[in-house]
Ligand binder design. Structure first.
Ligand SMILES: Cc1cc2nc3c(=O)[nH]c(=O)nc-3n(C[C@H](O)[C@H](O)[C@H](O)COP(=O)(O)O)c2cc1C
Length: 204
Protein backbone atom coordinates (compact mmCIF):
# COMPACT_ATOMS: atom_id res chain seq x y z
CA UNK A 1 0.00 0.00 0.00
CA UNK A 2 1.62 3.26 -1.11
CA UNK A 3 -1.16 5.73 -0.26
CA UNK A 4 -1.17 7.69 2.96
CA UNK A 5 -4.33 7.74 5.09
CA UNK A 6 -5.96 10.81 3.50
CA UNK A 7 -5.23 9.50 0.00
CA UNK A 8 -6.73 6.12 0.90
CA UNK A 9 -9.86 7.83 2.24
CA UNK A 10 -10.21 9.84 -0.99
CA UNK A 11 -9.63 6.68 -3.06
CA UNK A 12 -12.68 4.94 -1.52
CA UNK A 13 -15.67 5.16 -3.85
CA UNK A 14 -18.87 3.23 -4.71
CA UNK A 15 -18.44 0.65 -7.49
CA UNK A 16 -21.47 -0.93 -9.18
CA UNK A 17 -19.90 -3.28 -11.74
CA UNK A 18 -17.81 -6.08 -10.27
CA UNK A 19 -16.14 -9.35 -11.22
CA UNK A 20 -15.13 -12.21 -8.94
CA UNK A 21 -11.40 -11.95 -9.73
CA UNK A 22 -9.24 -12.09 -6.59
CA UNK A 23 -7.15 -8.96 -6.04
CA UNK A 24 -5.60 -10.52 -2.89
CA UNK A 25 -5.89 -13.87 -1.11
CA UNK A 26 -9.25 -14.18 0.66
CA UNK A 27 -7.31 -14.73 3.90
CA UNK A 28 -6.06 -11.13 3.72
CA UNK A 29 -9.66 -9.89 3.64
CA UNK A 30 -10.48 -12.01 6.69
CA UNK A 31 -7.30 -10.70 8.33
CA UNK A 32 -8.24 -7.06 7.86
CA UNK A 33 -11.76 -7.76 9.18
CA UNK A 34 -10.18 -9.21 12.34
CA UNK A 35 -7.71 -6.31 12.60
CA UNK A 36 -10.41 -3.65 12.34
CA UNK A 37 -12.86 -5.49 14.61
CA UNK A 38 -10.05 -5.34 17.17
CA UNK A 39 -9.07 -1.71 16.72
CA UNK A 40 -12.23 0.26 15.84
CA UNK A 41 -13.67 2.44 18.62
CA UNK A 42 -17.03 1.71 20.26
CA UNK A 43 -18.96 3.41 23.10
CA UNK A 44 -17.63 2.29 26.50
CA UNK A 45 -15.56 -0.13 24.42
CA UNK A 46 -18.65 -2.36 24.16
CA UNK A 47 -17.32 -3.98 20.94
CA UNK A 48 -20.82 -4.84 19.74
CA UNK A 49 -19.83 -5.05 16.06
CA UNK A 50 -20.10 -8.44 14.36
CA UNK A 51 -19.17 -9.23 10.76
CA UNK A 52 -20.07 -12.16 8.52
CA UNK A 53 -17.69 -12.65 5.59
CA UNK A 54 -19.06 -14.47 2.54
CA UNK A 55 -16.97 -15.53 -0.46
CA UNK A 56 -17.75 -17.28 -3.73
CA UNK A 57 -20.90 -19.42 -3.82
CA UNK A 58 -21.85 -18.31 -0.28
CA UNK A 59 -21.66 -14.68 -1.41
CA UNK A 60 -23.73 -15.46 -4.50
CA UNK A 61 -26.33 -17.18 -2.30
CA UNK A 62 -26.76 -13.92 -0.39
CA UNK A 63 -27.56 -12.00 -3.55
CA UNK A 64 -29.92 -14.77 -4.70
CA UNK A 65 -31.74 -14.27 -1.39
CA UNK A 66 -31.97 -10.53 -2.14
CA UNK A 67 -33.32 -11.19 -5.63
CA UNK A 68 -35.96 -13.61 -4.30
CA UNK A 69 -36.97 -11.13 -1.59
CA UNK A 70 -37.34 -8.36 -4.17
CA UNK A 71 -39.39 -10.63 -6.46
CA UNK A 72 -42.17 -10.43 -3.85
CA UNK A 73 -42.20 -6.66 -3.46
CA UNK A 74 -41.01 -5.08 -6.71
CA UNK A 75 -43.70 -4.59 -9.40
CA UNK A 76 -43.34 -7.25 -12.13
CA UNK A 77 -42.49 -4.68 -14.84
CA UNK A 78 -39.53 -3.36 -12.79
CA UNK A 79 -38.29 -6.66 -11.40
CA UNK A 80 -36.07 -7.78 -14.32
CA UNK A 81 -34.23 -4.45 -14.25
CA UNK A 82 -33.61 -4.74 -10.49
CA UNK A 83 -32.44 -8.33 -10.88
CA UNK A 84 -29.99 -7.43 -13.66
CA UNK A 85 -28.61 -4.57 -11.55
CA UNK A 86 -28.09 -6.84 -8.54
CA UNK A 87 -26.43 -9.53 -10.65
CA UNK A 88 -23.99 -7.11 -12.24
CA UNK A 89 -23.28 -4.81 -9.29
CA UNK A 90 -23.25 -7.28 -6.39
CA UNK A 91 -23.66 -10.99 -7.22
CA UNK A 92 -20.91 -10.88 -9.87
CA UNK A 93 -18.37 -9.81 -7.22
CA UNK A 94 -16.06 -11.93 -5.08
CA UNK A 95 -17.53 -11.50 -1.63
CA UNK A 96 -19.76 -9.60 0.76
CA UNK A 97 -19.25 -8.32 4.27
CA UNK A 98 -22.39 -8.32 6.42
CA UNK A 99 -22.31 -5.82 9.27
CA UNK A 100 -24.19 -6.67 12.44
CA UNK A 101 -24.59 -5.19 15.92
CA UNK A 102 -25.05 -7.56 18.86
CA UNK A 103 -28.19 -6.51 20.75
CA UNK A 104 -27.16 -8.61 23.76
CA UNK A 105 -23.90 -6.63 24.14
CA UNK A 106 -25.85 -3.39 23.72
CA UNK A 107 -28.37 -4.44 26.39
CA UNK A 108 -25.50 -5.02 28.81
CA UNK A 109 -24.30 -1.49 28.10
CA UNK A 110 -27.85 -0.18 28.76
CA UNK A 111 -27.97 -1.87 32.16
CA UNK A 112 -24.37 -0.99 33.09
CA UNK A 113 -24.77 2.68 32.14
CA UNK A 114 -28.48 3.52 32.62
CA UNK A 115 -27.80 7.26 32.35
CA UNK A 116 -26.73 6.67 28.73
CA UNK A 117 -29.32 4.03 27.84
CA UNK A 118 -31.13 6.37 25.43
CA UNK A 119 -27.91 6.92 23.48
CA UNK A 120 -27.04 3.28 23.00
CA UNK A 121 -28.95 2.70 19.75
CA UNK A 122 -27.51 5.86 18.17
CA UNK A 123 -23.95 5.10 19.28
CA UNK A 124 -24.31 1.55 17.99
CA UNK A 125 -25.18 2.89 14.51
CA UNK A 126 -22.30 5.35 14.69
CA UNK A 127 -19.67 2.80 15.64
CA UNK A 128 -20.98 0.34 13.03
CA UNK A 129 -20.65 3.15 10.48
CA UNK A 130 -17.02 3.69 11.50
CA UNK A 131 -16.26 0.01 10.96
CA UNK A 132 -18.13 0.01 7.64
CA UNK A 133 -16.13 3.01 6.46
CA UNK A 134 -12.80 1.56 7.59
CA UNK A 135 -13.41 -1.81 5.92
CA UNK A 136 -14.70 -0.15 2.74
CA UNK A 137 -11.46 1.87 2.56
CA UNK A 138 -9.33 -1.19 3.38
CA UNK A 139 -11.01 -3.32 0.66
CA UNK A 140 -10.29 -0.62 -1.89
CA UNK A 141 -6.65 -0.46 -0.73
CA UNK A 142 -6.49 -4.15 -1.75
CA UNK A 143 -7.63 -3.08 -5.23
CA UNK A 144 -11.26 -4.15 -4.81
CA UNK A 145 -14.28 -2.02 -5.65
CA UNK A 146 -17.10 -2.08 -3.09
CA UNK A 147 -20.40 -0.44 -2.27
CA UNK A 148 -22.64 -0.09 0.75
CA UNK A 149 -26.12 -1.65 0.52
CA UNK A 150 -29.18 -1.83 2.79
CA UNK A 151 -31.46 -4.71 1.86
CA UNK A 152 -32.01 -5.23 5.59
CA UNK A 153 -34.49 -5.72 7.18
CA UNK A 154 -36.10 -7.31 4.09
CA UNK A 155 -33.53 -10.14 4.02
CA UNK A 156 -32.82 -10.51 7.76
CA UNK A 157 -34.86 -13.66 8.31
CA UNK A 158 -33.65 -15.56 5.24
CA UNK A 159 -30.02 -14.63 5.94
CA UNK A 160 -30.28 -15.64 9.61
CA UNK A 161 -31.76 -18.99 8.56
CA UNK A 162 -29.19 -19.63 5.82
CA UNK A 163 -26.08 -18.90 7.93
CA UNK A 164 -27.49 -19.69 11.40
CA UNK A 165 -26.92 -16.16 12.64
CA UNK A 166 -27.17 -15.54 16.39
CA UNK A 167 -30.72 -14.17 17.00
CA UNK A 168 -29.24 -11.26 19.00
CA UNK A 169 -27.36 -9.97 15.97
CA UNK A 170 -29.06 -7.14 14.00
CA UNK A 171 -28.10 -6.71 10.36
CA UNK A 172 -27.08 -3.12 9.58
CA UNK A 173 -25.52 -3.14 6.11
CA UNK A 174 -24.18 -5.28 3.28
CA UNK A 175 -20.89 -4.52 1.51
CA UNK A 176 -20.37 -6.41 -1.75
CA UNK A 177 -16.86 -6.24 -3.21
CA UNK A 178 -15.00 -7.52 -6.24
CA UNK A 179 -12.58 -6.51 -8.95
CA UNK A 180 -13.89 -3.14 -10.21
CA UNK A 181 -15.11 -3.09 -13.82
CA UNK A 182 -16.43 0.49 -13.79
CA UNK A 183 -15.10 3.92 -12.89
CA UNK A 184 -16.71 5.69 -9.97
CA UNK A 185 -19.19 8.46 -10.69
CA UNK A 186 -17.80 11.99 -10.97
CA UNK A 187 -17.44 13.30 -7.43
CA UNK A 188 -19.91 16.14 -6.84
CA UNK A 189 -19.85 18.56 -3.95
CA UNK A 190 -23.04 20.62 -3.97
CA UNK A 191 -21.74 22.81 -1.15
CA UNK A 192 -18.01 23.57 -0.97
CA UNK A 193 -16.24 22.27 2.14
CA UNK A 194 -15.24 25.72 3.37
CA UNK A 195 -18.91 26.69 3.66
CA UNK A 196 -19.70 23.51 5.61
CA UNK A 197 -17.30 24.19 8.46
CA UNK A 198 -16.49 26.82 11.06
CA UNK A 199 -12.97 27.49 12.38
CA UNK A 200 -12.11 29.45 15.51
CA UNK A 201 -8.72 30.29 17.00
CA UNK A 202 -6.53 29.10 14.10
CA UNK A 203 -2.97 30.45 14.41
CA UNK A 204 -1.72 32.55 11.43
C1 LIG B 1 -24.81 5.69 5.62
C2 LIG B 1 -24.75 5.44 4.13
C3 LIG B 1 -25.74 4.71 3.51
C4 LIG B 1 -25.64 4.38 2.15
N1 LIG B 1 -26.57 3.54 1.60
C5 LIG B 1 -26.41 3.16 0.31
C6 LIG B 1 -27.29 2.19 -0.25
O1 LIG B 1 -28.18 1.66 0.41
N2 LIG B 1 -27.10 1.85 -1.56
C7 LIG B 1 -26.09 2.39 -2.33
O2 LIG B 1 -25.95 2.02 -3.50
N3 LIG B 1 -25.24 3.31 -1.79
C8 LIG B 1 -25.37 3.69 -0.51
N4 LIG B 1 -24.49 4.58 0.04
C9 LIG B 1 -23.39 5.11 -0.81
C10 LIG B 1 -23.57 6.58 -1.18
O3 LIG B 1 -24.61 6.73 -2.10
C11 LIG B 1 -22.23 7.06 -1.76
O4 LIG B 1 -21.22 6.85 -0.80
C12 LIG B 1 -22.28 8.53 -2.12
O5 LIG B 1 -23.15 8.75 -3.20
C13 LIG B 1 -20.88 9.07 -2.51
O6 LIG B 1 -20.31 8.28 -3.55
P1 LIG B 1 -18.91 7.53 -3.34
O7 LIG B 1 -19.15 6.40 -2.37
O8 LIG B 1 -18.51 7.02 -4.71
O9 LIG B 1 -17.91 8.52 -2.80
C14 LIG B 1 -24.56 4.90 1.38
C15 LIG B 1 -23.59 5.70 2.01
C16 LIG B 1 -23.66 5.95 3.36
C17 LIG B 1 -22.56 6.75 4.02
Amino acid sequence: MSRNFIEAVAHRRSYYHLSDRAMVDDSLVVGVVDELLTTMPSPFNVQSARVVVLFGEQHRDLWRIVIEALRHIVPAERFEKSKTKIERAFLAGRGTLLFYEDEDALNHMRSNYPAYADNVAIWSEQSSGMLQFALWTALEEFGYGASLQHYNPLIDHAVAERWLINPDWRLKAEMPFGAPLDSPAHRTNATPAHSRRLVFGEKE
